[in-house]
Structure formats: structure tokens, C-alpha cells
Design a protein around this ligand. Structure first.
Ligand code: HEC
Length: 121
């Protein structure tokens, strides 16, 4: 989705790459309030952490049976687990078209967007 890795708010100093299934890609690119996504939508965010940390983190949002599911795994797919409860929802409830934030805007980021030094758990 993004042409270059972008800073992410998930972990301090992480860089993210976002991938979306082709059917939902257009809508994701032009995400607005009220955007609606079908079952089968899968948005994956690959976070590259700073060299000091051991593994990358992969987060995903998947829509099945009219419901969004939150997933987290490491870059090799180990520890693949569904995250229940408010760990992810708290932040994502305040997104553009909940639970989706959409692509971070390069222009906004260049202006000076402070990073939230937080882990998602
Ligand atoms: C501190 C607030 C916060 C928490 C907690 C959080 N997120 Fe996010 N998430 C964001 C923001 C902001 C974005 C926009 C892109 C970025 O900054 O990386 C985002 C983007 C995403 C995306 C890309 C799709 C999109 O457009 O929203 C996925 C997938 C994702 N988060 C999954 C998760 C999962 C899974 C969890 C729980 C393990 C989680 N997030 C917890 C703030 C948060």
C-alpha cells in the first residue's frame, strides 16, 4: 500500500508497511468516515522495529461474519493469536472508519507528528 515504510504509532520508532486484500484496496486507499468493508477484508500491518529489538511484529485486522478480528504475530507467524478485549479496540475505536485508520499521510507525517511511545499490549 505505502510506497515507503512509514513511522507507526504502534511502537516507538517502528516503521510500518500496510497490505490489503485486492478487493478492499481501493476503498482502503480512499478511506473516509463511513467507509464500509465486506467480510473477507484483511488489512495487515508489518512493523519493523529498531535494530535493537529481536523480532518484527505483524498486526492484522480481519472482517468475518460482520465482525472485525484483531490479530498479532511475529514476522515468522509464530505466536499468531487473536487479541480479545480492549487492548487494540481502545485506540482503534477512535480511528477514521472504525476500526480502520487508513494510510498515514506522508505530508502530515513530514510536518511533525510526535510519535506515541507505546506498545499495543
Ligand atoms: C496506541 C493506540 C493503538 C493501539 C493500542 C493499537 N493500534 Fe493499531 N493503529 C493505530 C494507529 C494510529 C494506526 C495507523 C497507522 C500506524 O500508526 O501504524 C493503526 C493501524 C493499524 C492497522 C493498519 C490498518 C488501519 O488502517 O487501521 C492494523 C492492522 C492495526 N493497527 C492493528 C492493531 C492490533 C491488532 C492491535 C492490538 C494488538 C492494535 N492495532 C493496537 C493505533 C493503535
Amino acid at each position: 500500500m505505502n510506497s515507503e515504510p512509514l513511522p507507526s504509532q504502534h511502537f516507538a520508532a517502528s516503521r510500518s508497511e500496510i497490505r490489503v486484500n485486492p478487493e478492499a484496496a481501493g476503498r482502503y486507499r480512499s478511506l473516509t468516515q463511513g467507509s464500509v468493508f465486506d467480510d473477507g477484508t484483511l488489512v495487515v500491518e508489518w512493523l519493523r522495529l529498531p535494530p535493537t529489538s529481536t523480532a518484527d511484529v505483524v498486526l492484522a485486522l480481519e472482517r468475518t461474519n460482520g465482525r472485525w478480528h484483531y490479530w498479532q504475530a511475529d514476522s515468522l507467524g509464530r505466536g499468531h493469536e487473536e487479541i480479545e478485549g480492549g487492548a487494540c479496540q481502545g485506540c482503534h475505536a477512535g480511528s477514521v472508519a472504525p476500526p480502520l485508520f487508513g494510510l498515514p499521510q506522508l505530508a502530515d507525517l513530514r510536518e511533525s507528528k510526535p510519535q506515541v511511545p507505546r506498545s499495543p499490549r
